[in-house]
Structures are given as C-alpha cells and as structure tokens.
Design a protein around this ligand. Structure first.
Ligand code: PMP
Length: 407
C-alpha cells in the first residue's frame, strides 16, 4: 500500500497542535495513553448531544438507538479481533478491570491450594497484583517466567514451569516498559498442549499488531480503549464462550441478571453476565469509532510506519554517548526504555518536558522488572503512527541537551 501520510494524519488529532512550555508538543508517551482523533471525540459528544439514554432497558426510541449503537460497537470490536461471536467481547473499564475480572472468577471457581498461576518477569502491576490476590485467597502459588538481559522471556524455563498444578498462564503480549514482543503463539501452544488456559495482556499490542483471536487462540485477551485511540474508562475482555460460561460473574447488579428473587437469582447470558450496571456507553461507542478510524487509515500502513519509525528511533538513540537500553529484544514494538550515564530518569524527563517533549519516567508499573535490572526506573519513549522522524530528532537533541546540563 501507499505510505502513510503522517502530516495529514496529524491534522486528525487536535491535541498534537498544542504547545507545551511555549514549544511544539512532541508526544512520545503513547504507551501511557494515546491521543484521540477528532472522530472519537465527536462520537463521544454526539452520544450525549443526541441520544443519551440507558441501554438494554427502555422501550423508548432513544434507548433503542443507544442500545443499537452500543451493541454495534461490540460487533465492531469482535470483528477487529476476529472473535467467533460478539458475545465473547465483554466491555470493561480497561485492562486492569479485565484482569481483575478473570483473576477473581478463577479464584472463586478454579484455583485451590496447591495450584499454580504463571506470569512473567516483565508484567505490569495490573497483571501481577490481581493474581497475587487470587493466590492469597486460594492458597495457590504464583510462579514467574524469567527473562534474559535483552528483556526476552526464557522459553525453556517457561516450559519447565508447566506441570499439572498450573491452572492459568497470564502474560503480556508486548512489554509496556521495554517493547519486547513475546512469542505468544508458542506460549499458548505449550500451555494448550497441557490443557492450561492462557490470558494475554494485549494493552500494548492491540494498537500495533494485528490480532486474530481465532488464529492465535488465547482463552482470554484484555486491552484498554484509551491505548487504542479510544476514551479512558473503556476496555475489552475477550474470552472464549467455553471459558466465559464456565466462570462465575464478577459483579452483581442490573443487566447481569435474567430474574431476581430474594431466594435466587438467575444470571443473564453472555456477554451481559459480566456487564453489571450501566456501562460506559458513550466510551464504548467511541472506542469502536477509534477502531474504525484505524481500519480506514489502513492498519497495515500504520504497522509499516510504526516499524520504520522504531528502527529509525533505535538507530538515532544508539548514537547518543553513554546511552543504555533497558531491554533490547530482537522483536519489539512501541516502547524504548533507556538510561544515559547515571542521570536520574526524572531529571532527564523534566528537561525534556521543558522542551515540549513528553516521555514517561519511573518504573512504569513494572517494579519487579526494575529490580531485576537493579535500576530505579527508566526514561521511556513510546511511539505511535502519528509520530515523525523529526520528532525523534527532537528527542535525540533533547537528550543530548539534558546530558550536557546534567553531566
Ligand atoms: N498492562 C499493560 C502491559 C499496560 O501497559 C497497562 C497500562 N500501562 C496496563 C496493563 C493497565 O492498563 P489500564 O491502566 O488501562 O487498566
């Protein structure tokens, strides 16, 4: 396909025209959250302006329009990840919410003393803590797939962990801190050979890598709307029909029931069983609009540009005297973490901010990973398709300037 017209694309994102500290904004914190195209902002506003109404409840016209739009959004997401059924798409508040749902339900229905839950050394806190809680409640044990110096999973060690006590493997598709793309197809195949289900944290993958859940076959896959150009407070839990039927509901309330008496409640069918209460209707509709925007722009074009930009960024950054990458995997996407000499990441981040360059500094909600590397944190630049080579050049110049001030 023809190359992406990045300058044209940037016009779709109003926030990118901003100045920060009097400098043109260079937004390189896309791993934390992505910016929103005007169509997403419009979709959210349009709901409130013209058909704000609760879903699945009213017989009245507006409620029917809202319900249709909300369910259409579910179908849109299902098509995007190629789910076999729209009811396998559960709307959540985000990745954290989706993982808590699965961990909580697994703790109540599946896990018991002596069982094992496997995660990896590069997980975000939101794919660590819910499992620690589940283990604490059930007496199960949490085990961790180790990584190598490059920030890649040790696959032999993973295989050695897979015994009959393992009840679930929960790993990230792409590391939010290092950008490592994990060999998730192999991870799933090895687990499935032993009838172990796999949850993929796709928070940093869904916006960069084409995911086909029927081809990849995760049992669960979670992501956040706000990292894929949609609104905050939205997210998706994909689960196979088999697993979603097996697990108990997470929260009780309206919409998730078929009938309620004080003696007994009959739960609703999928997906409503897992969507208690009024959902983020506007947000989910706007999330689907964001996905539409990606597809219309051309996902393959986006992927190619992001890859090119990543190569350019790595090459340019490598030239900086005293730079050290934290994680340097062969397969990577989105994020680049680094340190320059012994400059504290926070000091670097502040000087970059003064130049209008937004990066993230700190542990990136991966404290165990920072401990493994024996560092307090990193500077992280994370890319999106609306970023340019010129912005990478500004980042490099900014880092050099900071180094000259701080060293
Ligand atoms: N997992 C990964 C890999 C992430 O990058 C993030 C967000 N930084 C999360 C989970 C949590 O996502 P959220 O805060 O949107 O729930």
């Amino acid at each position: 396909p023809a190359a992406l017209d990045v300058m044209q694309i940037r016009k779709d994102f109003p926030i990118l025209q901003q100045k920060v500290h009097g400098k043109q904004l260079v937004y390189l914190d896309n791993g934390a959250t992505t910016q929103k195209p005007q169509v997403v902002i419009d979709a959210e506003a349009n709901y409130y302006r013209t058909y704000n109404s609760n879903v699945h409840r009213g017989v009245h016209q507006l409620s029917q329009i809202a319900t249709d739009a909300y369910e259409k959004a579910r179908h849109r997401v299902a098509a995007y990840i190629n789910a076999a059924h729209a009811h396998e798409v559960i709307f959540t508040k985000g990745t954290t919410d989706g993982i808590n749902l699965v961990a909580n339900a697994m703790a109540r229905r599946v896990l018991k003393a002596g069982d094992t839950v496997i995660i990896s050394a590069m997980e975000h806190h939101s794919n660590i803590v819910p499992w620690q809680m589940a283990c604490e409640d059930t007496g199960a044990t949490l085990k961790v797939i180790p990584i190598n110096e490059r920030g890649e999973l040790e696959m032999e060690a993973y295989e050695a962990l897979l015994d009959e006590t393992v009840k679930i493997v929960a790993v990230t598709y792409v590391s939010n801190t290092m950008g490592t793309i994990n060999p998730v197809a192999d991870i799933i195949a090895l687990a499935h050979a032993r009838n172990i289900p796999v949850l993929l944290d796709a928070a940093q993958a869904i916006q960069h890598i084409r995911i086909d859940v029927q081809a990849l076959q995760p049992d669960f896959l979670v992501f956040s709307g706000h990292k894929i150009y949609g609104p905050t407070g939205t997210g998706v839990l994909y689960g196979t029909t088999e697993w979603l039927n097996k697990l108990p509901p997470y929260q009780g309330g309206g919409d998730m029931i078929k009938t309620v008496t004080f003696a007994k409640t009959i739960y609703n069918e999928l997906p409503y069983k897992f969507e208690a209460g009024t959902p983020n209707i506007a947000g989910c509709i706007a999330l689907a609009t964001g996905i539409d925007y990606l597809e219309k722009t051309g996902f393959e074009k986006i992927r190619q540009w992001e890859e090119e930009l990543m190569t350019y960024a790595l090459q340019s950054l490598r030239e900086i005297e005293g730079i050290r990458f934290i994680g340097d995997a062969a397969a990577r996407s989105g994020a680049i973490s680094f340190l320059v000499h012994d400059i504290h990441p926070f000091d670097m981040g502040e000087i970059l901010d003064q130049q209008g360059i937004a990066v993230r500094t700190g542990h990136h909600c991966t404290e165990p990973l920072m401990d493994w590397f024996r560092i307090p944190g990193t500077v992280r630049a994370s890319l999106s398709f609306y970023n340019t080579q010129e912005e990478i050049d500004k980042l490099v110049a900014g880092i050099k300037k900071a180094a000259s001030m701080l060293l």
